[in-house]
Design a binder for this molecule. Structure first.
Ligand SMILES: [Zn+2]
Length: 372
């Protein structure tokens, strides 16, 4: 294993931070996978899964079983880890700019299209190699004027030329689920099966360019520009995996999830040796535009009467919202027929807050599809 340190550009003198990446296997001798944990720094289940992965990958490397390259970023957000305010970690938004740490990754399609256009031909594998070289150069050339931009540049640089990108997160309270591009769903079903996920939320453009889409959708954009005479595949399977809820920090779950990820890497040929039998598929791919937030009509105490994982009919009672001043009690009901897959982990709401999400089969929303 090769440990690489990436000092972040200092936004303020005397505040040096660094990112650490762990590199297993041999670059160029097979596929490349890039896995990062807790880009939202306070989503700790992902950090623990990365620690279990670290041990598994070290053992596999000692046994000579890693083919290709696996990059693991065990704590992807040193800026967020440092943002403690009133006794709580603020790991989702950069406190200086207000920006979500998992948005605004560079869309590199324009930057590389002109450069690769004269170099592409009929050989798809050669085209992939040409585009990857150009993508690496484009990331390196991205201007970074502050530590947040520099962090994004470093993370994208570790993943942009990978065949597999897994971005590990969690929700408030949730089932294990993941986000990926709709155009990747046929290939991503294997990931869902290995993870034992019940749900994949599918969108090709969820808004504001999250990390996984920056890595995967650049291939669709370039393929669309060049057409069949210069063929390009979806060369990167990228997914944002939500490892249940914030409080699900348990060794048994983390061990299981790390093994599931290793199982997926083995299925994709990055790990040699016997591969366990695949569990039956339980994963349903549904449109992200069919995921409907439950919005609090007023503030108050939030009392759930349904658990995540329940399948609901439109109008089913999910929660009560109680105004402690007036005593008004409002029933929060399911907006659609669907799966109640995620809910808020705080129990006092303010007006307008999202209290949870139910996903159905019908695409109902447009525009930016992710929460803040
Ligand atoms: Zn997250």
């Amino acid at each position: 294993m090769r440990l690489q340190r990436h000092p972040l550009l200092q936004s303020t003198p005397g505040t040096q931070q660094e990112l650490v990446s762990l590199h297993y296997g041999t670059p160029g001798r097979g596929l490349k996978a890039s896995i990062q944990a807790s880009l939202h720094a306070d989503e700790v289940p992902a950090t623990l899964v990365a620690q279990h992965l670290r041990q598994l990958l070290a053992d596999l490397e000692d046994a000579g079983r890693i083919r290709g390259e696996i990059v693991l970023v065990p704590a992807a957000n040193p800026i967020g880890l440092h943002q403690w305010m009133l006794h709580g970690m603020q790991g989702r938004f950069d406190l200086r700019s207000g920006e979500n740490f998992n948005r605004h990754y560079a869309d590199l399609a324009d930057a590389v299209a002109a450069q690769v256009q004269p170099l592409l031909g009929a050989d798809m594998a050669a085209n992939v190699a040409t585009v990857r070289t150009a993508l690496r150069q484009a990331v390196a050339a991205t201007p970074s004027t502050n530590s947040l931009a520099h962090l994004r540049q470093i993370l994208l640089g570790l993943a942009i030329d990978a065949d597999i990108v897994l971005d590990l997160h969690c929700d408030g309270e949730a089932l294990l689920h993941f986000y990926t591009a709709e155009s990747l769903w046929p290939e991503a079903q294997l990931l869902g099966r290995c993870l034992g996920a019940e749900l994949a939320l599918l969108a090709d453009a969820s808004g504001d360019n999250p990390f996984d889409e920056a890595c995967s959708m650049v291939w669709a954009k370039l393929a669309g520009r060049f057409g069949p005479t210069k063929p390009l595949p979806m060369a990167c399977l990228a997914a944002t995996i939500e490892l249940r809820g914030e409080a699900d920090v348990r060794h048994d779950l983390a061990s299981r999830d790390a093994q599931a990820i290793v199982h997926y890497l083995a299925e994709r040929g990055l790990i040699e040796g016997a591969v366990p039998q695949l569990p039956p598929s339980t994963c349903e791919g549904l449109p992200l535009s069919g995921s409907i937030p439950l919005v609090a009509p007023h503030g108050g105490v939030l009392v759930f009467v349904r658990d995540t994982g329940e399948r609901l009919r439109s109008g089913d009672h999910i929660a009560d919202l109680i105004d402690p001043f007036s005593g008004q009690r409002t029933a929060i009901t399911s907006p659609v027929d669907g799966l109640f897959f995620a809910r808020e982990n705080r129990r006092f709401a303010v007006a307008g807050m999202s209290l949870g999400k139910v996903v159905g089969r019908t695409p109902l929303r447009q525009g930016k599809l992710l929460s803040a």
